[in-house]
Ligand binder design. Sequence first.
Ligand SMILES: *Cc1c(COP(=O)(O)O)cnc(C)c1O
Length: 426
Amino acid sequence: MSDRKLHFETLQIHGGYHVDASQARGIAIHPTAAYHFPTCDYAANLFTLSEAGYIYTRLHNPTTAAYEERVAALYGGVGALATSAGMSAILLTITALANAGQNIVASPYLYGGTHNQFVISLRNVGIECRLAKSDSPEDMAALIDENTRALFVESMGNPTCRVADIEALAKVAHSNNIPLIVDNTFGAGGYLCNPFEWGADIITDSATKWINGHGTAMGGIIVDGGTFDWGCGKFPAIDGPSEGYHGLNLYEAFGSQAFIVKCRVDGMRDFGCCPSPFDAYLMMLGLETLSLRVKHEVESAYKLAEFCRNHPKVERVSFVGFEDHPSHELAKKYYKFGASAVLTIELKGTLESTVKFVESLKLSGNMTMIGDSISVVTHPASTTHKQLSDEAKRAAGITPTLLRISLGLENVEDIIADYEQALANL
Ligand SMILES: *Cc1c(COP(=O)(O)O)cnc(C)c1O
């Protein structure tokens, strides 16, 4: 075969697979913590990073390596690092770039867990996370100063479905010699949206969601686009003598892969948030059907959104595939099919009637999850945002009758019929 670039659907099956001595066509699960060193010299070379090989599963594992190679191939990146959850992928990324006393600038339209990590936990260890007034290039640029070390956005915000203008933000980042990090969880492993095609430098993805696709494991992954110029002078921990490796310069030693190597050999070594090989296997299995699942789910989202828009007991539908959503045009530019599988609706009625609606749905899981094979409905006012004051709820756009919906793999006619009976019940 020539080196013509393979399509996404092909790479999700073939990426990361190499025939091993067993000739097995399945990916082997290697449930091991450590690896045998044939000689002490060999081990010494591994420890100084002068030779590549397995030391300890916290750093790397053959099953996890195959999974990482598959995700890197799907995104067209130079390397990937799998982590135990989406949150730890973000943590390792930020701490590889910014030290205490430095800052990052982030969009305000963030997943709740990311918001807390940024404005509480990272701030407590001295990394300031500045939330911009909006995710516009102007508002993000306004907060950058000489101590800023990255821009951070979600390609589509959870749960607002606000789409970031990745191409414009990449220009802002690069004119300040800092990388653009995109949390691409809603971009579904690169199938719906690939931020590298628009100038992003680093991607994080909560693999718990669409990559796994069946709600069977937690995981996150960092992907390195290999495009950022680490030699710009702002990142001495990457282009400079490494404290953890006897003065080794990672940029000189690993070139375009320097960032992802740093995340592994410093971040993962020191923070230890590695996935289990079994979970890496589940992620790989999920990836094999990623495009099929997501296409079905987005088509179902369009149909359910249309049904809800026409229903008299529904007050409002917020779906990025519809023209009245503020990010509709950006979604058409950055997202295949112009949408993700997530929408929000507001019912007419009260908190109590909304709870009754959720509890009378028979085919949707009432849980905080997206990207699962089962359709999910989440009632933020009684779950994820319950602790917030009424005022804070209003500021976050969380009304008593708001529901977040993530479409699954069922036949959408059954999902719509289920919504119909639950609405009739109100
Ligand atoms: C779920 C989610 C995360 C966190 O991922 P976990 O795997 O739950 O740790 C981060 N970002 C976004 C956009 C998410 O939806």
